[in-house]
Design a protein around this ligand. Structure first.
Ligand code: HGY
Ligand code: MN
Ligand code: MN
Length: 426
């Protein structure tokens, strides 16, 4: 009886996928690549400090290019500075399928965000090369530049970058323009998108969940249904710098006091509505920044997110309302400059079912979930259908040195990436 069941099981399996699709990636090699990559910008807490365009980012890119060549990919740098590795397909009439992620990190971030999908995509290509498998579609493995600074590389691909955005100073202290030059791109040629709708057959990205649902519920693979939209601002508050000892309390224009009220107002705005919208002030700098000076200027930030653009607009409206009151109370002026905006994006129904079926073929459990983090995939959604595969993040921690995903979960994720790719290629 047991043997009949096994045989039936084998028959179903064979019917679902041709023989060559029973291949798997090399999980040990993938996890070694991740460990090696983590050396670039390694922090004492075991995290990664590898902001885009920093020396560590440049070195990590060189390392990644070497790995791509070992995977027999034909490597080039596009005008935006994204690294692209190509593998030819057998049907010249087909557009490429793209897979990849990013290797830059937030300041003092972790070893997995972006890196799992980048090393995973290269491992998939290496497996194809090793097993001598030629897909019908050409394959492009892409390592997007500066994802953490507002999906810069993918925006260049799908929408183009306005010249004024190139002058923004990044966490590396270089402007985006200087950064793009440093990584081999040409910032003067990015006004128009590098790719057009129809240039790609699809985009697939493997990533860590960065939330705790898969971990809590002990699910192997997350099938992403959509990615939140986000709206990023640089907020400058202008008051009047004056002597901390001689300026009476009722005669101050304290920009830092206004900032404190603003931080509270941002939190209140997001919490005053039902739903999953979030709003964060993550950065603040007071000028001149001295113990004995009433701060005359503060430069701070704003990050608002939701799956629904209308919700983002509502939160922003509430914040602006509070800001008017804060200005009046403190004698300061607020100026909002948008630094990045990404639309919410839904993943493709066919990609979702291909991911789900590929995971189930491997005996893995799956779960449909939204992404609260932003991803390059949401920019690429303007060009072609997209899909995203999530693997569990321990305790849901991310953008932190304590970010962790288990090697076996990473291996599972890369196998699902490979098998989804093979399925979509059919
Ligand atoms: O900020 C984000 O959600 C992303 O990790 N870049
Ligand atoms: Mn991130
Ligand atoms: Mn990421």
């Amino acid at each position: 009886m047991k043997y009949i069941a096994l045989f039936l099981c084998f028959l179903t399996f064979s019917a679902a996928l041709p023989a060559q699709d029973r291949i798997l990636i090399n999980g040990e090699r993938l996890n070694v690549s991740l460990r090696d990559l983590a050396e670039f910008g390694k922090t004492p807490e075991g995290g990664t400090n590898r902001v885009a365009y920093s020396d560590d980012d440049l070195r990590a890119r060189e390392f990644t290019i070497r790995l791509m060549r070992e995977a027999k990919l034909d490597v080039s740098i596009d005008l935006a500075g994204n690294i692209i590795g190509r593998r030819a397909g057998s049907d010249a009439s087909l557009k490429p399928i793209m897979i990849g992620s990013h290797i830059d990190s937030v300041p003092m971030g972790g070893r997995f965000d972006g890196q799992v999908g980048s090393m995973g995509a290269i491992e998939v290509a290496r497996t194809l090369a090793e097993k001598g498998i030629t897909l019908r579609h050409p394959l492009e493995v892409i390592i997007f530049q500066n994802e953490e600074g507002g999906t810069v590389g993918s925006t260049a691909l799908a929408a183009g970058i306005l010249p004024e955005r190139l002058d923004l100073v990044t966490n590396s202290k270089k402007t985006i323009r200087e950064g793009i030059k440093a990584i081999g791109g040409d910032p003067d040629k990015l006004t128009r998108p590098l790719r057009q709708k129809g240039d790609l057959a699809g985009y697939l990205e493997l990533h860590i969940e960065q939330g705790g649902r898969l971990d809590q519920q002990k699910i192997n693979i997350g099938v992403v249904e959509g990615i939140v939209g986000l709206s990023w601002w640089e907020v400058t508050i202008t008051g009047f710098a004056n002597h901390a000892g001689t300026t009476p309390m009722d005669q101050r224009q304290d920009a830092l006091l206004a900032a404190a009220k603003y931080v509270e107002a941002v939190n209140r705005a997001a919490r005053s509505m039902t739903g999953r919208q979030v709003a964060t002030v993550g950065k603040i700098q007071a000028f001149p920044g001295a113990t004995n000076v009433v701060p005359g200027k503060v430069v701070t930030s704003l990050d608002v997110r939701d799956l629904d653009p209308a919700k983002i607009a509502q939160v922003l409206d509430k914040i602006r309302e509070s800001v008017k009151q804060i200005e009046a109370e403190t004698g300061t002026k607020f100026e909002f400059k948008q630094t990045s905006a990404s639309k919410p994006a839904l993943t493709d129904a066919g990609f979702k079912s291909a991911i789900d079926a590929s995971a189930k073929d491997l005996g893995l459990t799956t779960f449909l979930l939204p992404s609260g983090a932003g991803h390059d995939a949401q920019e690429i959604a303007d060009l072609c259908p997209i899909g995203m595969i999530f693997v569990p993040s321990r305790d849901g921690i991310s953008h932190s040195p304590r970010e962790f995903s288990r090697p076996e979960d990473i291996t599972n994720g890369a196998n699902v990436l490979l098998r989804t790719l093979l399925r979509l290629d059919q």
